[in-house]
Design a protein around this ligand. Structure first.
Ligand code: HXC
Length: 268
């Protein structure tokens, strides 16, 4: 089957340098690979250096581009600032950050510990702020900066068992709009992608195992889960010059899931 990425010119992102948090696995690995395949230099970050080393080597082999992996916990501002500085030292600039690092699990609100709630807020929301804040001076210098926040559609409804992730992603979407307004004057766009259920991701393995996944699939107008490359294609478009006038917008890529009723198709 043809990849949705085939439509893009091979050198579309030549000259760009991107840092992708959560880039060791899943959706953000796919975005990192697509960016590199189209000519960008890429740094992927996550907590586990061994995962990053393996992924970076695979992406270098697959794309022929310089892909590096630097361990950094987005909850720790010094960690992510150091990863950003190392990326600039290595590639000479940074014009794109993709905030993809996320934690999640299913839990009833009444059973969720305060630290469980805080942990997901810290990773998804505070981590996205920490990364954007630390990258600001470089994005501004690049003159064509982009903050791409990966959120979700969970908070469009009262999604059961997801109070922590919903609250975090609602905050991320708010930040997309705030940064677009504040940083537009510095030549920085800030956009979001809200993926629906995507095949072959840790998130869906955890959140929709077995027949929960089958029910969720049946509730999607497109009749299937999405593919990682379909999110990566949206990320390429939003990075490209074709999206130069798009900022403050969150693009839903979910096969119509969030406009269907019921949106999730699970009982609890
Ligand atoms: C209830 C849990 C829990 C669970 C952790 N906690 N897992 N509570 N159910 N399954 C609680 C712990 O009990 C603890 O609180 C607190 O969270 C911190 O847990 P730790 O294990 O100490 O934290 P840490 O090592 O930092 O890692 C936790 C984690 C990790 C980051 C949340 O478990 C995780 O998320 N891994 C999966 C990553 C993932 O799948 N990412 C993709 C997300 S997809 P106490 O009170 O005990 O101290 C996504 C998209 C959604 O977000 C949209 C889909 C459609």
């Amino acid at each position: 089957m043809a990849s949705p990425l085939d439509i893009f010119r091979g050198d579309l992102l030549a000259g760009h340098v991107a840092l992708v948090t959560g880039g060791g696995t899943g959706i953000c690995r796919g975005i990192a690979e697509a960016y590199a395949r189209l000519g960008a230099d890429v740094c992927i970050t996550s907590r586990k250096q061994e995962v990053l080393d393996k992924t970076a080597a695979e992406l270098r082999a697959a794309t022929g581009r310089a892909v590096i992996g630097i361990a950094a916990d987005v909850r720790k501002p010094d960690d992510i600032a150091s990863a950003i500085k190392q990326t600039v030292d290595k590639f000479g600039k940074l014009d794109t950050i993709v905030n993809g690092a996320a934690g999640n699990f299913l839990s009833p609100a009444a059973a969720l510990s305060p630290n469980g709630f805080k942990t997901v807020i810290d990773i998804d929301l505070n981590g996205s702020f920490n990364t954007a804040r630390a990258a600001f001076e470089y994005l501004q210098k690049a003159g064509d900066g982009l903050v791409l926040n990966i959120s979700a559609t969970l908070h469009y409804h009262g999604t059961p068992l997801q109070i922590h992730a919903s609250a975090a992603k609602a905050g991320v979407d708010a930040m997309t709009r705030n940064l677009a307004v504040e940083w537009g004057r510095f030549g920085i766009r800030c956009v979001g992608i809200a993926p629906g259920p995507i095949d072959d991701t840790e998130g869906m393995k955890r959140l929709a195992p077995g027949d929960v996944g089958d029910k969720a699939r049946a509730a999607i107008p497109a009749g299937r889960f999405g593919a990682i490359d379909e999110i990566a294609a949206a990320a390429v478009f939003l990075r490209s010059h074709a999206a130069a006038y798009i900022t403050g917008h969150v693009l839903v890529v979910d096969g119509g899931h969030c406009v269907a009723t019921p949106p999730l198709g699970v009982s609890f």
